[in-house]
Design a protein around this ligand. Structure first.
Ligand code: AMP
Length: 278
């Protein structure tokens, strides 16, 4: 496995492999890797000959009062996990390598980003779409894999790729969970034992909604209200619970053929997200 810190090196690596007729698969991450990230590596391997993982805590997607400085980092461990999973190359640039001057050029999706995780974090998705565009320009992947855990992010990236004709196939891989149902996240590390137990209410409320829908419930407000009460009773502070169209993310008052339920809630100071398809 190779580790590259500069744009020049990773670009040369990718172009060289593509010249040999190999497909380059790409998994962008912010590091502190867990089984969720590694499942994306496995998925990339199924669609490509070469797998590149980027590890970059992207400053432009963090708001002024968010956890950029304390975001967990452990490069040595990440590198070992990547190596053991058969990753071919890690791209781990410094912030200065990615943003050598103040960034004044942005890639912005202007519809899907306005609600849910974008409502209170007005520059978050602009940071994501900009860094993903930069990484695509640098790594030149044929296929890139994102996690369904960040449902809105994956939808925004798909829309950006379609709108701007990036030559990259986007694959969205399923959520990986702990055995008790908590979605794996680098931020779970912030949770106290008590908060971690309470946070299971997020998954449980998604499962409750799923079975209510299977039993014929169609009223989104009822389903969302039940989830809000369950999470609040467990001591969580709900940021949003929404039932939306899986593609446009427009809110659905009534559930038709397909829907996604999306939840963001704080347990202590930690903001967790999860979702389920109906
Ligand atoms: P992050 O390092 O949190 O920016 O995540 C990098 C990628 O891993 C994103 O595409 C996430 O959606 C994905 N990811 C994070 N957690 C999970 C999980 N529990 N299951 C599947 N994918 C995940």
């Amino acid at each position: 496995m190779e580790v590259f810190k500069t744009i020049c090196e990773i670009r040369e690596f990718s172009i060289e492999r593509k010249k040999r007729g190999e497909r380059v698969g790409f998994v962008p991450t912010m590091g502190f890797l867990h089984e969720g990230h590694l499942s994306l590596v496995d998925e990339a391997r199924r669609h490509a000959d070469v797998v590149v993982v980027s590890i970059f805590v992207n400053p432009t997607q963090f708001g002024p009062n968010e956890d950029l400085d304390v975001y967990p980092r452990d490069f040595e461990r990440d590198a070992e996990l990547c190596e053991s999973r058969g990753v071919d190359a890690i791209f781990a640039p410094s912030a200065n390598e990615m943003y050598p001057t103040v960034n004044t050029t942005w890639v912005e999706e202007t519809s899907l980003t306005k609600r849910l995780c974008g409502a209170d974090r007005p520059t978050h998705f602009r940071g994501v779409t900009t860094v993903v565009s930069k990484l695509f320009n640098v790594v030149c992947p044929d296929v890139a894999v994102f996690g369904e855990k960040d449902y809105q992010q994956a939808a925004v990236v798909k829309k950006m790729v379609a709108d701007l004709n990036f030559g990259v196939e986007i694959i969205v891989a399923p959520i990986v969970r702990e055995s008790d149902g908590l979605a794996l996240s680098s931020r779970n590390k912030y949770l106290s034992v008590e908060e971690r137990g309470n946070a299971l209410a997020i998954r449980q409320s998604l499962l409750d909604a799923k079975s209510a829908v299977a039993d014929g419930e169609r009223d989104s407000t009822k389903l969302a209200d039940a989830a809000v009460s369950r999470i609040s009773r467990a001591g969580g502070r709900v940021d949003y619970v929404e039932i939306a169209d899986p593609d446009t993310l427009e809110p659905l008052l009534e559930i038709g053929d397909e829907a996604v339920m999306l939840i963001a809630a704080y347990f202590g100071a930690t903001r967790l997200i999860d979702n389920a398809r109906f």
